[in-house]
Every structure is written in C-alpha cells, then in structure tokens.
Design a binder for this molecule. Sequence first.
Ligand SMILES: N[C@@H](CCC(=O)N[C@@H](CS)C(=O)NCC(=O)O)C(=O)O
Length: 216
Amino acid sequence: MTDIVIHGVPGSPFLRAVQMGLEEKQVPHRVKALAPGEMKSEAYLTKHPFGRVPLFEHGDLTLYETQAILRYIDDDFPEPPFEPNDHRLAARMNQIIGINDWYFFPKVAAVIVFQRIVGPVLLGTATDQAAIDAAMPMARVCIAELDRLLGTQPFLAGDSLSIADLMLAPQLDFFAETPEGESLLAETRLKHWLVRMNERPSMRATLRPEALRRAA
Ligand SMILES: N[C@@H](CCC(=O)N[C@@H](CS)C(=O)NCC(=O)O)C(=O)O
C-alpha cells in the first residue's frame, strides 16, 4: 500500500478530521508535524499555495482542503462509508460541512478558540475580549443551528458517521474547552453527540497535545 502522509500542526481540528477519517477506516498513515513558520515556507507553498494545514499526500497525489481529502479517503477506502446513501441526508451532510467551512470555523472558532487558547498558549498573546464579543452572535447562530440540524439523530447526517461528524467533532471539541463554548453547548443535544464522538477510538487516538487540552 502506498504511504499516506498528512502534513499538519498537531492540535489543528482540520488535521484531526483527516486523522480521524483514516483511523475510522483503519488506514495506516503518518503525520508530519510542521515546524513553526513552515506553512508559509516557499517549499510548502508550492504544494499548498494558501499556506494552511492539512496537506495530504498519497503516492503521487497531493491534496488540500479537508472535505476534499475526506471525500477522497472515502472513495479510495470504501469501508465503512462516510456518506449517506439517501440523497437528502447527503445534502444535509454537505450543508453542515458548509456551515463549518463558511461560518463556524472562520467566524467563531478561529476567533474564540484562538483568543482563548491558541494565542495565549502557543504564541503568548493576550486575549482580545472585544474580538470574542464580536464573534458571539455568530457563535450562537452556529450552535443553535447545528443543534437543530442534529435533532434526535445519533449523527449529524442520520444514523451513521459521516464527513459532517468528522469535520465538526474536532472543531466543537476544541470550542468546548473555552468558557463561551462550554456555556453555549450546555443544554444542547450537540453536547451529548460530542460526548458520544469523544468515546470513539478515532477521537481517542487523535487527542490534541496536552497544552491545548487545558481549559482556558
Ligand atoms: N479550508 C481549509 C482550512 C484549513 C485551515 O484553515 N487550517 C488552519 C489550522 S486549523 C490553518 O492552517 N491556519 C493557518 C493560517 O491561517 O495561517 C481546509 O478545509 O483544509
């Protein structure tokens, strides 16, 4: 089997989503941790011109964008499938991936998780409360909407694990470490879904580094 390598920064929720996908499929792989600044190096930018993680390599295929990577993994390693057969549930999965990529990550997690945890712990920066306050309206909408879409289903897009769960679980698990995340998730069905997700071997095998697991 061709070697699979994922380049990333340990703790990144997008990296973790890909790691989880491979763990769920029981596909051997290795993570190449990037050194600080390496994401913006000339060599890295030739493979990922946007300078982000993860970057996925499988033989001569180089791929970035987490949902594209997870869809590729699902096609190349079919069992267990990550996409619902029912086209309505597949549409729901795609919608939730969109919520993550357009609203939750850039407007909520990238602000609040950064201000509360990543900045202070990794970069030694102070928390900007005004930035957190400005992100809260979108945070409320995202959590309420994800909770509504989950409804009483076991997984975000129905009865089985899908790419929506793989992408959202690492994001919400990190967000739940912040006081804002903890309080918004309290009393939601999403919180119970997160507990169930955290019990999966794929989540347990891909824990964030210790420093990023401390409550802010
Ligand atoms: N749309 C990208 C987003 C990836 C992303 O934003 N990753 C973050 C880490 S969680 C990153 O690389 N941040 C570095 C930066 O913004 O310079 C994907 O799905 O892979």
